[in-house]
Ligand binder design. Structure first.
Ligand code: PEP
Ligand code: MG
Length: 588
């Protein structure tokens, strides 16, 4: 009998395999005391282990820079700097000197103390720090106790495995890019956690934040996971496996078809042109966007350049990152979203206050406007990158025209200061991701050049459902009737205001969602590269007139499925039998 686990989809893709619990247990430290004349030697042992661990982390950073990218490598800065932290060093040494503890016991105590300080809060910012602490504790203790440093997975079974972690720290995540790792499941973590960033860069499907129920999954259970929806089927039935196999088989068999798909023009059967752009988290992801035939970048989440960073990336470093993406799409263009920090995404260099409700707190445009130096640097880097191709700037989390006005003033100043005013013009747009923005589009639109619908935050703020809460995952549905009404109104208002609106929230990754939005009049979508082929197939098979007809006739329903069902049925009818997408609609 199959059963389901729900988590947060953190890296798209599907996997089927046997589960394997992989963890790095922190070694237990025997209690003993030392004599006063052993103190100096223990301090020396501690120093040697600390420096060794630091060097090891820097090695992993260098390997990560090479294998994945320098942005991911920066994640290790935090750990290396933690090991140099004067408080960590002096705290441990005083345990050795004052309490006559051996080096391993002293650092263990001190790190536990730090851990309990962080753990006092369930704040996501602290959760990433906890993972870092655990990582350095493991490393220093292994050295002091003479244990071998263990790879995450020493031997993967033939055919690979779906790895199960309570907690996946970044330095473990980077070791997972081999062939045998089919997918990842973790009990803790959020979509923005470092490990999720790395899983996405490695292209390994990943579901995080599954919670304590993941403990029920022992080794050797058969699972199917979907890293886009966050759903996991444990002990799938024959029928579920067969359906998965058909879709997976088609995915690999259809390499050729995927190439064809990447090249063909995206339009519906009745000739309506649809634009599919890419959502990117890292500059290196631009290559994948190009491979699937994305028509530019509709959302570059620039904050992934800074989360987990100890130091503010300076203007040149940012310019370099933006330029790399712009050079891949000089004509089609790149929509660069300014830092959406706060919520569940925190850089370490900012002393962010602990907040009761970070999603309702100091986030995104609010942070940027409060920290003009940080914001100005980013705008300068963006305007400079615009010399290499088309760049648009997108502002997150807007609730009032004032925020746009203040940004525009700053952008004008930046342009004036660059190249004596001959800097390229950069269109300015806003995310429609708060109910306030959606309700006042008529007030906001005159200040901007374009709009981008963010269904993820709009869903969370409209339904009052925390997007990072795995327990509420069934309530988080961007096709809730309330939202469908809002999308309908937004399409109309944008048309009345004469401003273009595209969709960059995750609803644009769902073929049924895209069908519904085309029915409402939306034509431009931005989605993660792995989701392109399926969405494109749906668009190529559908008629925009049919979808408009369904949307026009759709009575208000009570539940998301009342909205979803007619569009899904339509796709089931028109999609060719035996194609992957049809199976996909019914898998998870
Ligand atoms: C959204 O909120 O829909 C969106 C695209 O932004 P993010 O997921 O980065 O918050
Ligand atoms: Mg958002």
């Amino acid at each position: 009998m199959s059963w389901m686990l729900h988590g947060i989809g953190a890296s798209p893709g599907r996997a089927h395999g046997l589960s394997l619990r992989a963890g790095w247990d922190v070694p237990s430290v025997p209690h003993r005391t030392i004599s006063p004349d052993e103190v100096d030697a223990e301090v020396e042992r501690f120093e040697e282990a600390r420096k060794w661990a630091r060097e090891r982390i820097l090695q992993i950073q260098r390997a990560t820079n090479e294998r994945i990218g320098s942005v991911e490598g920066k994640i290790f800065e935090a750990q290396a700097m933690m090991l140099d932290d004067p408080d960590l060093i002096s705290g441990t040494i005083s345990y050795i000197r004052e309490n006559y503890l051996p080096a391993e016991r002293a650092i263990d105590w001190h790190l536990l103390e730090l851990r309990s300080r962080f753990a006092d809060t369930a704040h996501v910012m602290a959760l990433d720090r906890l993972a870092d602490l655990r990582d350095i504790r493991q490393r220093v203790l292994s050295r002091l106790l003479g244990l071998e440093e263990r790879d995450v997975v020493s031997e993967l079974p033939e055919g690979g495995a779906v790895l199960v972690f309570d907690e996946l720290t970044p330095s473990r995540a980077v070791q997972l890019g081999g062939d045998g790792v089919l997918g990842l499941l973790t009990a803790t973590g959020s979509r923005a956690s470092h490990s999720a960033v790395i899983a996405r860069s490695l292209g390994v499907p990943c579901v995080v934040g599954i919670g304590p129920r993941l403990a029920e999954l022992a080794d050797g259970h058969e699972v199917i996971l979907d890293g886009a929806t966050g759903r996991v089927i444990v002990h799938p039935t024959e029928a579920e496996i067969e359906t998965y196999r058909r879709s997976a088989l088609h995915t690999s068999e259809r390499e050729h078809r995927l190439e064809e798909l990447a090249c063909c023009v995206t339009q519906t059967t009745d000739g309506v042109r649809v634009i599919l752009q890419a959502n990117l988290d890292q500059p290196d992801d631009a290559a994948a966007a190009l491979r699937v035939g994305a028509e530019g970048v509709g959302l570059f989440r620039s904050e992934f350049l800074v989360i987990g960073r100890r130091t503010i990336p300076d203007e040149d470093e940012q310019y370099d990152a933006y330029r790399r993406v712009v050079e891949v799409f000089p004509e089609l263009g790149v929509t660069l979203r300014t830092f959406d920090i706060g919520g569940d995404k925190f850089p370490i260099f900012l002393p962010m206050p602990m907040e009761e409700n970070p999603y309702l707190g100091w986030r995104a445009i609010r942070v940027c406007l409060d920290l003009p130096d940080l914001f100005r640097n980013q705008l300068r880097a963006a305007v400079r990158a615009a010399e290499h191709g088309r760049v648009r700037i997108l502002l997150p989390f807007i609730v009032s025209p004032d925020e746009i006005r203040r940004t525009r003033e700053m952008l004008d100043e930046v342009r004036a200061s660059l190249n004596a005013g001959s800097a390229p013009d950069v269109p300015l747009g806003i995310m429609i991701e708060t109910p306030a923005a959606l309700e006042t589009v008529d007030r906001l639109a005159p200040h901007v050049d374009f709009l981008s619908l963010g269904t993820n935050d709009l869903t969370q703020y409209t339904l009052a459902v925390d997007r990072g809460n795995a327990r509420l995952v069934d309530l988080f549905d961007p096709l809730h009737p309330a939202l469908f009404r809002m999308y309908r109104r937004l399409a109309r208002s944008a048309e009345e205001e004469g401003v273009g609106v595209s969709v960059c929230g995750d609803l644009a990754q769902d073929p049924v969602g895209v069908a519904a939005l085309i029915g409402l009049g939306y034509r431009t979508f931005s989605l993660a590269p792995p989701a392109h082929p399926e969405v494109k197939e749906a668009v190529l098979a559908a008629s925009a007139a049919d979808l408009a007809d369904i949307a026009g006739r759709l009575e208000d329903g009570d539940r998301p499925r009342d909205i979803r069902r007619p569009f899904r049925r339509y796709l089931e009818e028109i999609l060719p039998e035996g194609e992957g997408l049809l199976d996909r609609l019914s898998v998870i």
